[in-house]
Design a protein. Structure first.
Length: 336
């Protein structure tokens, strides 16, 4: 039995508009699992339902074999970190972290030891007496994380906690969350709409769309083998070709769309040698863009528009308007 089980979850807010639609999924103990999907797909609603902040229309939620569907939030042994830090402005770092322990009336000596341990774990030593207004966004988020885990919850829920933080700090906090989660072995569910974040953090990713789970699996498996048109369009900027477009160069009649990752397409100024295991096309560069060390070319191949991703090499750049030959392995054409 999995540690957390969602079975046939249904949830609506007005009795008509369904937010979660007969959704079922499981989470293994000690895993960091990501709910990935666009805004409005139901991922935060599912998280809040697990925390006890939303009442389900139907279905059950169990944690370690115990049905918690109708338990109040305080009885579920769950820690939660929101996008908004929700720190008490009139409390110091150590007072914010200690708040839950004090509410439980734990011994002062134990509280002091646990708070000190948490401050060390989240790398906030020296900030104990600071107030939230004196902290950076990343420091506030680490205080919120420490406050959520100091009570030793069975489950940690993170609802887009890094979305308001700049890119460089975000990467640092991703690594810290991953380290802390593994160090404490807390079963964790992380909500995000950022597929790069899901790829970095997750043991398992559940891609959600319109209140349902479209695909579940290890991040690399979901990325390299999308099973639906939506997953292919949401993960990794796939080129998605209609059956008739694929037929133009493959001479194959198929009934499904074809997804091709942009990084598996090779480009050259010279024609490629014939190869029975590969498809080749000729086109013209119509646009380009850069993201970090990735250079993306947009190529028009007789009306078929393809994105081609390459490592940025300034000594071998194509120009807009230049002719180019493309080649990719047949096995990288995935039906979706």
């Amino acid at each position: 039995m999995s540690y957390i089980e969602f079975k046939n979850i249904q949830k609506s807010y007005d009795g008509e508009t369904m937010i979660l639609k007969d959704l079922s999924l499981s989470v293994e103990e000690g895993h960091l699992v990501t709910l990935l999907g666009p805004s409005g797909c139901g991922k935060s609603t599912l998280l809040r339902s697990l925390a006890g902040f939303e009442r389900l229309d139907s279905g059950t939620i169990t944690i370690n074999g115990k049905d918690v569907t109708n338990l109040p939030p305080g009885k579920r042994e769950i820690g939660m970190v929101f996008q908004q830090y929700s720190l008490f402005p009139n409390m110091t770092v150590e007072e914010n972290i200690a708040f839950g322990l004090k509410m439980q009336k734990q011994d002062k000596t134990i509280i002091k030891e646990k708070v000190a341990q948490m401050i060390a774990i989240v790398n906030l030593s020296g900030k104990e007496k600071k107030y939230p207004k004196e902290l950076s966004g990343g420091q506030k988020q680490r205080v919120a994380l420490a406050r959520a885990i100091v009570n030793e919850p069975k489950v940690l829920l993170l609802d887009e906690p890094l979305s308001a933080i700049d890119a460089q700090l975000r990467k640092s906090l991703q690594k810290q969350i991953q380290r802390i989660q593994k160090e404490l072995n807390i079963t964790t569910i992380f909500v995000t709409h950022d597929q790069d974040e899901a790829m970095i953090l997750s043991d398992v990713v559940h891609v959600m769309n319109d209140g349902k789970v479209e695909q579940s699996g290890k991040p690399t498996d979901v990325y390299t083998h999308p099973k639906t048109h939506f997953v292919a369009s949401f993960m990794g900027n796939y080129n998605i070709l209609k059956p008739e477009q694929f037929q133009q160069f493959s001479r194959q009649r198929i009934g499904a769309s074809i997804a091709i990752r942009p990084e598996v397409i090779d480009s050259s100024r010279l024609p490629f040698e014939p190869d029975e295991e590969r498809y080749t096309l000729q086109g013209k560069i119509v646009d380009q863009s850069t993201s970090g060390n990735i250079l993306s070319y947009y190529v028009d191949c007789a009306g078929i528009k393809l994105r081609v991703d390459e490592l940025y090499r300034s000594f071998n750049l194509f120009k807009i308007g230049e002719d180019v030959h493309l080649s990719f392995e047949k096995r990288n054409c995935l039906e979706v």
